[in-house]
Design a protein around this ligand. Structure first.
Ligand code: ADP
Ligand code: MG
Length: 523
């Protein structure tokens, strides 16, 4: 118990640690449900295998080898039967194992799918109900479960051969022992001379009835040992498949790695963020999600990024904290290549508010302290004020001690967004990235939020991603993205005059007169 549980715990810890070093790219490739099955079900299986190995299997070779040696001590000729039988049994076991491993591998893969389906169904429970898709989801689950059943039954059918085939081989061996041994001891109708000869034969210690019985018993010992092993072969075959899956994760090298020079801290007088001819694709040979992006964001500037969905806005900002590495070109933070920082140091400088607001179960205070344990309540309230969350948090009966449920289920979309913004601001980063973080806020709150950030965080470099022209209008620079390429960089006014894509976005959101006024405003 100590050994197998210890093994499981160590392995689980090691795997979890390794998964945490992987970059988004590798995690995307495995998929979250698969990583979860590997961390739980696969490792449990390995743990069981170790326990069985220690308790039952280690005895088998001793019994097999010991019985063979004892057989040789009794009678060398008859013991040759043992020598014939053992390789035969080994071949049978090898055949069955190699045939079934692929099935067990596919079963574990299908379990990944079960976990994917379950996860999607539970996370998207509301969508499923809204579209009355329960029946469809039940069918999907059932199909998958039946798939697993089929594969398991097929593997089971092959494994089931093991015990009977072994029993046949070993019982035939027993028949052989009795047959050949029996000739030697059958004294039923012998002539006197023959009896004397036999007695001599027995006296020479060659064979006796007792010896034959002993040999049969040794063969039975082997049979019993192999029956146990045969029953466990299924467990081991399954575990081999699981081990391969765990190893696959452990062997994956993170694509984003830290360099040696972890002392790098950047030059505070250099531009906060600089992209130089950056290209990026999610998979090695797929098309670029970003192409030839170049811009410079000075310290304290507000940079707006606007573009249709799928134009690469989130992809672009993911390169700044090195969630992914650029395929080509240079991303610099404070004049230093992002790859030269230690990840910790780089990410301390940057706070990202992701598109999807993620809060963890715990109190509001605990969530706000993600940027550092030494964040005081005062700083938290300030951050809440800036992010326009002050009013609603204050109204909660326990204030900062309000318990957030898993996934932030007891908060509205807008409340969650404001808390994630507050969490980022509380960390007091040098670069703040808001990835469409105000999408669930009404226009007035959105405007108040931007003003508050501008007033309170004047030396923070802020990236604001939005679909709304209104949100990015006042930024120092606006980057207009279309299909992974920059189609315009400049201020609101400049872009209105030079960038047709930007004008089109604005035209759908402002009235023509408003735009007219803005273009001609200063002239
Ligand atoms: P935006 O934030 O502007 O809506 P994204 O940056 O999220 O757009 O996506 C840009 C493109 O990259 C899209 O075509 C999308 O399909 C692709 N993409 C985004 N995330 C991934 C990913 N993890 N793996 C593969 N492709 C992705
Ligand atoms: Mg996005």
């Amino acid at each position: 118990s100590v050994a197998s549980q210890g093994f499981g715990t160590e392995l689980r810890r090691e795997l979890y640690h390794h998964i945490n070093t992987l970059s988004h790219k590798e995690v995307d490739e495995f998929g979250t449900p698969s990583l979860i099955t590997r961390l739980t079900s696969d490792i449990n299986q390995l743990q069981v295998a170790v326990a069985m190995l220690i308790r039952l299997v280690v005895r088998a070779p001793f019994l097999v080898i010991g019985s063979t040696i004892m057989a040789f001590m009794i009678d060398v000729k008859l013991a040759l039967i043992f020598v014939l039988v053992i390789p035969l049994v080994a071949i049978v076991m090898w055949l069955v194992t190699t045939r079934t491993i692929p099935f067990f591998k596919s079963i574990q893969k299908k379990l990944d799918k079960t976990s994917l389906i379950t996860r999607e169904n539970l996370v998207g429970a509301r969508a499923v109900r809204a579209f009355s898709k329960q029946q469809h989801e039940i069918e999907r689950f059932k199909d998958n479960a039946e798939d697993i059943e089929k594969a398991a039954v097929r593997a089971g059918k092959i494994s089931a051969l093991l015990s009977p085939v072994n029993a046949i081989i070993l019982n035939l061996a027993i028949v052989a022992i009795i047959w050949f041994g029996g000739f030697s001891v059958n004294v039923g109708d012998l002539t006197q001379g023959q009896v004397i000869a036999l007695v001599n034969y027995v006296d020479q210690g060659i064979i006796t009835t007792g010896a034959v019985v002993a040999l049969v018993n040794y063969m039975n010992q082997i049979l019993l040992a192999l029956v146990v092993v045969a029953n466990l072969v299924v467990i081991f075959t399954k575990s081999a498949a699981c081990a391969a899956r765990v190893n696959e994760v452990l062997d994956t090298k993170p694509s984003v790695t830290e360099t040696e020079s972890t002392e790098e801290n950047g030059d505070s007088s250099a531009p906060a963020v600089k992209f130089d001819k950056v290209y990026f694709s999610y998979h090695d040979n797929s098309e670029y999600a970003l192409e030839d992006i170049s811009f410079t964001a000075d310290k304290g500037q507000t940079i707006g990024i606007i573009g249709g969905t799928g134009s690469g806005k989130s992809t672009l900002i993911n390169l700044i904290p090195r969630f992914y590495d650029a395929s080509d070109g240079l991303v610099e933070v404070y004049g230093t290549d992002v790859r030269k920082y230690s990840l910790n140091r780089l990410r301390k400088k940057i706070a990202v508010v992701p598109q999807k607001a993620v809060l963890f179960s715990g109190t509001i205070r605990e969530n706000m302290k993600w940027g550092g344990d030494n964040i005081t309540d005062e700083q938290i309230w300030r951050a809440l004020k800036i992010s326009q969350a002050y009013e609603f948090v204050e109204k909660l009966e326990n204030g900062l001690d309000y318990k957030i449920l898993q996934g932030g289920k007891n908060l509205s979309g807008g409340q969650k967004q404001r808390l994630t913004i507050a969490r980022a601001i509380a960390a007091d980063p040098e670069i703040l990235i808001l990835d469409d973080s105000a999408s669930a806020l009404d226009f007035a709150t959105d405007a108040k939020l931007r003003t508050a950030i501008k007033e309170n965080c004047s030396d923070m470099t802020v990236f604001i991603i939005s679909q709304r022209a209104n949100t990015v209008k006042n930024a120092d620079q606006i980057i207009v993205l279309d299909d992974g390429k920059t189609v315009g960089i400049g201020t609101h006014k400049e872009l209105l005059q030079s960038c047709t894509d930007y004008c089109q976005i604005c035209l759908t959101q402002f009235s023509a007169e408003e735009l007219e006024k803005e273009i001609n405003g200063d002239e």
